[in-house]
Design a binder for this molecule. Sequence first.
Ligand code: C5P
Length: 412
Amino acid sequence: MNALAGKHIVLGLSGGVACYKSAELTRLLVKAGASVQVVMTEAAEQFITPVTMQALSGRPVYASQWDARAANNMPHINLSREADAILIAPCSADFIARLVQGRADELLSLLCLARPIERVPLLVAPAMNREMWAHPATRRNLAQLAQDGATVLGVGNGDQACGETGDGRMLEAAEILEELEIFFAPKLLAGEQVLITAGPTFEAIDPVRGITNLSSGKMGFAIARAARAAGAEVTLVAGPVHLPTPRGVRRIDVRSAQNMLQAVDGQAREASIFIATAAVADWRPASSAEHKIKKDGSGQTPQLAFVENPDILATVAQSERARSGALYCVGFAAESENLLAHAQAKRARKGVPLLVGNIGPATFGQDDNALLLVDAEGHRELPRASKDELGRQLVAEIARRLGGTVSPTFAR
Ligand code: C5P
């Protein structure tokens, strides 16, 4: 399950143009299964109305410490006790200073101060002009805020509402959501170094043509996201795909199978888990023409000769580190039929402890998939779900195997 499902988030808005992003953030949080209680400062109400935030969160917004709706007339106590986390987004320079000073003369800072500090984490997503962001007072305040136990999210870089360009934009709503998911996810892979291949490879015929495989990279990227959220250090070796890099993940872009092998080879010496999701081209043209091969009008087609590409997974799985158990290898198989038999055969052929099968044509380019896990104990289906959900489930399955316990529902 998504780490945010069932969580109750108090979303505090302080004053800033970035309040418009908090509307989208509320939508994303609700979609992820969280309940959202919006609390706004007076300044925030200059930028977005409580009407919008109430409509998106489905709950009346709180804005005053004198709000008499609560029977005990103590909204700062009630709101802070109910929360699984308090997230201030946008968090203005002024509001950061107020948190650092422990000010309590309006509802949002009051409830932050009143929260049970051991149980209710505070996260802030700063938003301000680049000069304010760079100012020694802000640097000092942020360092103090982190020392006081708050999680300070980063900022974006780019055009600012004031017309200047630089650091200080609030992260995008989707980025904040990802940070929150990372924050809440169980740290099943803490201390692990995970290496993942994803996407297709592209084997050049000439400078404008090549052969490739169908693969969007979405499954591998989802696993990278889940592994990162589970506390691992993740390196993602990606073939040519059009996907944003998951937050906190180190990405190495490659093109051909040979490039991919080279990148993997370097990283596999450090990794403790290798997950090969890439759809590596089995063959490459024996030689790649230096210039575009021209159609000369004769009707003659070019004669292409192919050579086999290295099997990256099998190469890594045969390495000393993998054989000694220091590196746990997971392979994928994209099949079109007879999944179990093909996956079992592939697991033996590649020499990996865990092989994950999926039906390629049913998942290529899509956001969901269904997986069949095959290991020495037997097999287990992970039914159709989003690739993000399956990524989380696969990470949990790998963590369980590394921890030495096998799922009770694993079928022989
Ligand atoms: O043999 P096949 O391509 O079906 O094997 C699929 C598995 O092997 C996947 O995990 C894929 O990433 C990996 N593989 C590889 N290098 C290749 C071919 C496949 O790492 N050249």
